[in-house]
Design a protein around this ligand. Sequence first.
Ligand SMILES: Nc1ncnc2c1ncn2[C@@H]1O[C@H](COP(=O)(O)OP(=O)(O)O)[C@@H](O)[C@H]1O
Ligand SMILES: [Mg+2]
Length: 336
Amino acid sequence: MTTTTSHSPAIAVKGLRKAYGDKTVLDGIDLAVPAGSVFALLGPNGAGKTTAVKILSTLITADAGELRVGGHDLVTDAQAVRAAIGVTGQFSAVDGLITGEENMLLMADLHLLSRSEGRRTAAELLERFDLVEAAKKPVSTYSGGMKRRLDLAMTLVGNPRIIFLDEPTTGLDPRSRHSMWGIIRELVSGGVTVFLTTQYLEEADELADRIAVLSDGRLAAEGSADELKQLIPGGHVRLRFADPAAYQSAAVALREVALPRTPGFARAGGAPVDEALSLQIPSDGSQRELRSLLDRLDSAGIEADELTVHTPDLDDVFFALTGAANVFDQPEEAVR
Ligand SMILES: Nc1ncnc2c1ncn2[C@@H]1O[C@H](COP(=O)(O)OP(=O)(O)O)[C@@H](O)[C@H]1O
Ligand SMILES: [Mg+2]
């Protein structure tokens, strides 16, 4: 990762605010994206991700904030910002009536490339995005994944060094999503800075050097995936039993430490019932904690059919930070 003391970050945001009427969408946001890195802005629908992208790509103006992109001030030097960036919006900007190639050539015209240069650039990008076969077909016949690839190819015509991708894989099937991830990684290895938004924790985890979680107009947390995971104590050990009787005795033996699991966990006549016959015990996964758990099981003469260690993932972080219901946040009134 880049450490930038000598050169300024590709994107620098301080005190960004935006409201629509009396609804505050972005309520004072600070962030810095080092050049050549991937930054993921993560948040549920309506969190303000598109608003942030639109502001940083000069499509709409902020109410307040010191904002610099590519070293240029967004207010006083919007033109220079536009020249440095590429934007792929959340909703496809391609024209469905014309072919993929014609869309690319239109883009080349917009960037004032010469005819021959435009043809060469279009051909190169269509090849790179695996769209050669489809190039002469109207875009309305393309799959969602192909449209997204064409969108991104069009964004790259001007060879931008900073790219905004607003939910690049929403609605794509897993295969197209993985191919889009590959394309994004390739861009980054070529030194491009990527600012992406996503609703998918997995996507942020896969791609981003740094992740910011947007919640209620503010960044609830910001850091690498590993740093975010350390914010919350979501680790646990899961014991699974094939035999309901073994499960029952384990539930009794571990009653002070086991967490109730939703939704299968309930009490029936004082006995715990869990259709999955599994127990979760909070744990950091360390050798010491595992040994103490195993000792406990041994001394009760219990053998689990399966034991798995779960380290906190971004889902846990996200739910903890955004206040959404989390299985592991239940009050610790374990089995009785
Ligand atoms: N032009 C607009 N006028 C009024 N409200 C808007 C406008 N654009 C977005 N909003 C509102 O701002 C909030 C954030 O929207 P948006 O940035 O699109 O979120 P996201 O991209 O994270 O789903 C939403 O509540 C949305 O309804
Ligand atoms: Mg959006």
